[in-house]
Design a binder for this molecule. Sequence first.
Ligand code: UD1
Ligand code: PEP
Length: 430
Amino acid sequence: MEQYVIKGGVPLSGEVEIGGAKNAALAILAAAIMTDETVTIDNLPDVRDINVLLDAIAGIGAKVERIDSHTVKINGSYIDCLCVDYDSMKKIRASYYLLGALLGKYKEAEVALPGGCNIGSRPMDLHIKGFKALGASVELRNGAVAVEAKELVGTHIYLDKVSVGATINVMMAAVMADGKTTIENAAKEPHVVDVANFLNSMGANIRGAGTDVIRIVGVESLHKTDYSVIPDQIEAGTFMFAAAATHGDILVKNVIPKHLEATSAKLLEAGCRIEEFDDAVRVSAAGTLHNTQVTTLPYPGFPTDMQPQMAVVLGIAQGTSTVTESIFENRFKYVDELTRMGADIKVESNVAIINGVDHYMGARVSAPDLRAGAALVIAGLAAEGITVIDDIHFIERGYEEFPEKLSRVGAKIEKVSTEKEIQKFTLKVS
Ligand SMILES: CC(=O)N[C@H]1[C@@H](OP(=O)(O)OP(=O)(O)OC[C@H]2O[C@@H](n3ccc(=O)[nH]c3=O)[C@H](O)[C@@H]2O)O[C@H](CO)[C@@H](O)[C@@H]1O
Ligand SMILES: C=C(OP(=O)(O)O)C(=O)O
């Protein structure tokens, strides 16, 4: 089993280059099968979720050609199977995008119910509501969702809750439906916009992505395109929080600062200095960190995928902070681990009450999920002493070369797989 071992207490400083957005790329890869022509997608992050989805896409027969670690060509004309099995689905939640993509293109699909991070109950009722409204019959059988339609017909769909997955899935299913579809109460996340832009570059007619009303006029077919995925706002935010927690100074490059406004606002409130450039953000935290209150909300609110990282910063800020998680009910699993590092946090229902402590202490902890794992890395970087993080496979779902990128800004972190390597690292850094 592999771990990260970290010697904390070094203020991080320098520059870091952010990769493509995992959550945009996953939906875009699924959407790429919707044409029979070859689609080239660039700026893909080289992370586990992307590689698992590419295997699932190849598994249904599509031709997947890796050009390099960040570029792939996909040709969906070879698809010979409309079933995605549980083996692919249990590894990543986003394989549910194949449901919307296959339904939109072939009017039929059977996809096992998805896995992904255990951050709360994650129903698909809104996806299903959208497919049904477009005219599909939906059946749950043997742990899979089977969808089928003689024809898909444009319609009016109100999503009862703001859902990124349902918005994108319904958008894909509607792209080649007959007539006009309106999605109301749509998610406005940057990756929803990126997927709409991608589909439009393939000939779709989607307007309004990025607002809460998306209008789609069905087209006959989609065609080839070359597309570059947007930068990953969550990876960027993670490095911003790492700068804050270590009292460092990092220029986070290749970002869209607009996508980071909620993160920047909270870091400002916590006493950091933020400078925005055209495609970079600099975070420095020379002085004391202050308490603040944070509530996760759909975009443009504060992202739930950044909640654990923010809490780690507030854990060493002066005073009492609160973090309210309003999207997923099980996203405080890192609190017990952080407590073992000296944090003083009490969780009451969906609110974490954080009494800032002077510093964290190195400890052996386990990553409970992707973002909580990244948050524990930040805590380890800020802590006094050595931290060992188990279960880093969760972190590798969404962060490319995480230890390498952190090392480039001065962190003392290594990926190891034996106790001997941990001891060697400890000797080297002491
Ligand atoms: C692969 C991917 O992009 N994952 C992201 C996506 O997940 P995902 O798309 O699964 O999250 P959603 O936006 O759909 O979930 C938002 C809320 O809606 C609820 N819901 C969702 C669908 C549904 O049919 N019924 C329903 O009740 C969920 O339980 C949750 O409370 O958006 C989340 C919220 O920004 C992020 O944390 C995830 O990182
Ligand atoms: C929770 C996440 O991913 P998923 O929805 O795939 O579990 C995430 O990217 O933070």
